[in-house]
Design a protein around this ligand. Sequence first.
Ligand code: 0A1
Ligand code: ZN
Length: 884
Amino acid sequence: MEVPKEIFLKDYKLPDYYFDTVDLSFSLGEETTIVCAKISVVPRVDGVAAPLVLDGIDLKLISIKISGNELEEGYYHLDARHLILKAPPSGSFILETITEVLQKNSSFEGLYKSSGNFCTQCEAEGFRKITYFQDRPDIMAKYTCHIEADKSLYPVLLSNGNLIEQGDLEGGKHFAVWEDPFKKPCYLFALVVGQLESRDDTFTTYSGREVALRIWTSPQDLPKTEHAMYSLKAAMKWDEDVFGREYDLDLFNIVVVPDFLGAMENKSLNIFNSKLVLASPETASDANYAAILGVIGHEYFHNWTGNRVTCRDWFQLSLKEGLTVFRDQEFSSDLGSRTVKRIGDVSKLRTYQFSRDAGPMAHPVRPHSYIKVDNFYTSTVYEKGAEVVRMYKTLLGNEGFRKGTDLYFERHDGQAVTCEDFFAAMRDANNVDFANFLLWYSQAGTPIVKVTSSYNVESRTFSLKFSQTVPPTPGQHLKEPMFIPVAMGLLDSSGKDMPLSSFYQDGKLVSITSGAQHVYTTVLRVTKGEEEFVFHDLDEKPIPSLLRGYSAPIRLHSDLTENDLFFLLAHDSDGFNRWEAGQILARKLMLNQVVNFQKDEKLVLDPQFVHGIKCILLDSSLDKEFISKAITLPGEGEIMDMMEVADPDAVHVVQSFIRKQLALELKQEFINKVKENRSSGKYKFDHVNMARRALKNTTLGYLACLEDEEMSELVLNEYKSATNMTDQFSALAAIAQKPGKAREDALADFYNKWQHDFLVVNKWLSLQSASDIPGNVENVKKLLDHPSFDLTNANKMFSIIGGFCASYVNFHAKDGSGYKFVGEFVLQLDKLNPQMASGVVSSFSRWKRYDDTRQNLAKAQLEMIMSANGLSKNVYEIVLKSLV
Ligand code: 0A1
Ligand code: ZN
């Protein structure tokens, strides 16, 4: 195998040629598609006749012309990945190519057929599978797109921008011409052609322009697009209100495709996987509804953060993704509960990003190098990137942050820019010194911050001493201290926030002001390896509430005692920190019990912990979804991350033990919550109703752990009487926790009910594949032969394999059965879809965290994959880094 090339950020060079306009013409046929491209090429520096290197993969070149003249063979060079014009004319010229694209394409990149419709995916480097092009985001051009296809097979012809012409042609064909007035990089180009119908609506922008909104799907799914349309209109309004961003065209299309990876923000023609659009109360859960709101928002928000202002190169991916994730998180917060949304986002960050940042796949928010950029659509670029954006806001406040984004859009509209440009806009708009903040983009690894506190009765001062380290990550052994905003407050002995007026930092007085109002939360700027902050004039020893709202993506180790934590759990005015206090207590408890288990000692549950959970459960002043989160234990992965040698069996036993023990001790309280929070009436997607369902279903999950006939019956009744998917599926999941006949019967019943609906069947598949029941690998193998499974469908694939890898006990089974199963699967999948295969093989990457037996078994699978013939670059890069 030819060793794939690594590409470095430091090697970035401006292109020698820009493209001004791009006129594309597609003639879509059953076997092949003919693509004509007419590009006006402008040299960056006049008179420099450098070769023009065009990317192109799996294309057949039919003809090439320069300014109207056919180019003879000696003047260009063609290989499997490029078309190189050796000596283009000096000055501007028109390049015309005709290429043939084969229809057979299972990679979901470029132009492909999906359930009978044509569809494209060009991010990151898919446009080169459509035509020869400088496939890089700093080539921004104005596009037109002429589409021609059979009218009865493909009645709908869509591309970016405005429809400027359409009509019939001979031989049963028809055509459409689209023109996009905005300059864009080619990764935002899209075309969709097929049998689709639309749900239509309108949105009037703040300047009074009416925008036509269309969501396209197969006709039978149209009724399920109501929530997506609601989400789109809410997103358009929110972006105007919060960021002052108005939509810029008269039409916005969303297309639903059953086998698509995620969702894509193509200019005015977003393309979505069905599960991120289609919903009805009977078939979609609250989590699905919430995900749809967030992702519809995300793709829409890209119109400004990504499309109008785009990335100079793919190393800057977080410039658009971190910012857009931040925007979608804020959007969902504003429409639901801020605290609950924050808890969910932080849990996700800790589960996926922290573990990545602590292993061989760690990379900075802006990577320094890559082999395949597809492998960098990671939780680091997306979720940690969003945390970086959030820190600007924490430091600048709402107004300062808005000034920063306004300046960013004003300066860079229509440009392809870098993370420094965003930083500079924030800094310049606010005239502030951001010290070493840019390290967040270049240093990988989760900073560890230690805090020790002390109160001096005589001087009535309270000191907080911070020390920070950033652990070594691949290629980065020595790190510099980061700029960490620590939002904090102080609680008095009655649990109330103390007003804060000033503190001393390194002996210098910093005053905290906000007009005449009291300030209860301030942001400490921790920028050094060691730093002390001292508060004065305190009549009593305060309890500090640190890192409120999780103001920085760090691991915080404080010297708070268990009593302090129980106090914060009961009183903190910051909802996030109230939850966090409970989580820290739970993590400590779980780790202690893991040690007990490993020493063969009896497991015990601290009565103070049970009491703390009970108080939260019974506190009627609290939001019900918050309660549901606060009574949920930290994930098994989080606990394993804290261990020297990860022990999935011990962690699983401990978690199951604590859950069961809580269910035993709080049985009546849990039953009451189930009864009080049952659904009545029509399903509503709003925070109050979702919160009620969340609390009911979390408590039901606890009760289902018990070996208790009465409880089994209760759970089964909840399943049978459910009137929406949230309740039905939660009850099914509760039943399915334990192996046995009840489980088999319920799963069979659910399948019989829903076999006609592939999105519901996917849920059914992932529930089983992610199950922790012993020896589940055999069940999962059977599922692969189930009539509902199809390896080529991304959703189904992820439902099964993604699910299986998420079960620590089964994927990491000590006999190696899980590793062997997944290893073999990766090879099969790599032939069909390298992007998906590299996602799956990443599950092995932290193999060194486990004991010797597991290490040997996992390593053997990685080596087996590495030695396979014809491995994709995608999988190669992950395996290579995992084996180092
Ligand atoms: N820009 C999209 C992510 C995306 C990237 C690649 C895709 O296909 C391979 C699909 C989607 C987003 O952030 O929404
Ligand atoms: Zn995105």
